[in-house]
Design a protein around this ligand. Sequence first.
Ligand code: NAP
Length: 284
Amino acid sequence: MTTIIDGKALGLKIRGKIAEEVAEVSRKVGRKPGLAVVLVGEDPASQVYVNMKEKACLEAGFNSSVYRLSQSTTTDELLNLIDELNKNDGIDGILVQLPLPEQIDEKEVLYSIDPKKDVDGFHPFNVGLLNIGEDTLFPCTPYGVMKIFEEYGIELSGKNAVVIGRSNIVGKPMASLLLRGNATVTICHSRTKDIASICKNADIIVAAVGIPQFVTADFVKDGAVVIDVGINRVDGKLVGDVNYSDVFDKCSYITPVPGGVGPMTIAMLMFNTLKSFKTRTHQY
Ligand code: NAP
């Protein structure tokens, strides 16, 4: 029997709990949590993501401010805005939507965000804390995957987990969080040889590779948990990094695309913003 993980329902449940807590903590503090989202340029996918984040913020009872900047924005202009947002006491979280136009120094911008307001968890200070096992703001997508494991009672300790992809926003933090959960972790990437046979030993496979339907039945051992982080647009349809119908019967658990990991990313952004608000206003 294969269980289909319902990330949409779980994401909504988490957001509902966050909204309740926001109402309670906002009353005590005398203001709402504030999230600033910065969008540079007109990338259509980024616009969709930013609109979804804004809607989720309002539903959760946050103050949401979206800064829409032109495609020709310079690094200095963006750094000035981040500086203002860092200093603004009503802002608890700052998110710069990626990708940025190529004239902008992405690293310089991301590293300029106050680590306490870094709700994406991309600042090297937070990355360091994650890797030494401290509590901090964790990157939303892999953190959402960890919430899935928790909610569905998927045990990590002693399990073989394979992460396909080593990006700073998904693959590496995913591996780090799995390690914190006492899994034995292997990371595969574009230079890895024979990924299928490595995955064949995995109790848990997390695919974050960005290639449609990369993971096929020959990657998956019977009873494995398969988490598909991929979001690829093929002929106008969203397709994951896993060939869903091919692997389905072999899995104990599987995430669909859409409706799996995607909605969890937004839920964890809300979670991180509330966490930052509580830390900054000393509400524990
Ligand atoms: P990325 O930065 O492009 O990284 C892709 C990773 O896959 C890289 O580490 C790359 O290896 C590896 N890779 C590429 N080709 C490979 C191959 N043939 N064999 C093995 N590994 C290969 O992508 P990302 O930002 O991590 O995103 C990954 C996927 O997740 C994308 O589909 C993206 O849209 C999706 N995503 C979803 C969410 C969500 O909310 N669900 C959030 C973020 C991303 P090298 O390092 O060697 O180049």
